[in-house]
Design a protein around this ligand. Structure first.
Ligand SMILES: [Zn+2]
Length: 43
């Protein structure tokens, strides 16, 4: 999935399996992993 660092703006294709956070390969800050789930939020 494509992630974007909120700190430096770097984008990369994340292929790891962390559930919530990973580290930006450029600046090493914590970046949220936003997994797309099949469940849709209730409206
Ligand atoms: Zn970054």
């Amino acid at each position: 999935m494509l992630l974007q660092c909120q700190r430096c703006g770097y984008q990369w294709d994340y292929k790891g399996n962390a559930d919530w956070y990973t580290s930006c390969p450029r600046c090493r800050t914590s970046v949220k992993v936003q997994r797309r789930k099949e469940k849709k939020p209730q409206e």
